[in-house]
Ligand binder design. Structure first.
Ligand SMILES: [Zn+2]
Length: 72
């Protein structure tokens, strides 16, 4: 399951130049240079879904799998 979208679909144009830190690799990049996915994360022991910015699809996949799979 891979939901991927361009940040331009979610981020107002005036914010696309803002920099964000990738939760997987720690790289800092402009929002417009990364990708937004529907990710799963742990919120107080519950798996939740939410939009997640990462610098690349590869980082999304390597971030999502360990954090989601460990709850299964
Ligand atoms: Zn990254």
């Amino acid at each position: 399951m891979l939901h991927s979208a361009s940040p331009t679909a979610y981020v107002p144009s005036e914010r696309l130049a803002e920099r964000a830190t990738c939760p997987n690799c720690g790289a800092t990049a402009a929002l417009s240079a990364g990708v937004i996915h529907l990710g799963h994360y742990d919120h107080e022991g519950e798996v939740r879904e939410g939009l997640l910015w990462t610098c690349s699809d590869k980082c999304f996949l390597s971030w999502e799998h360990p954090s989601f799979m460990k709850k299964c």
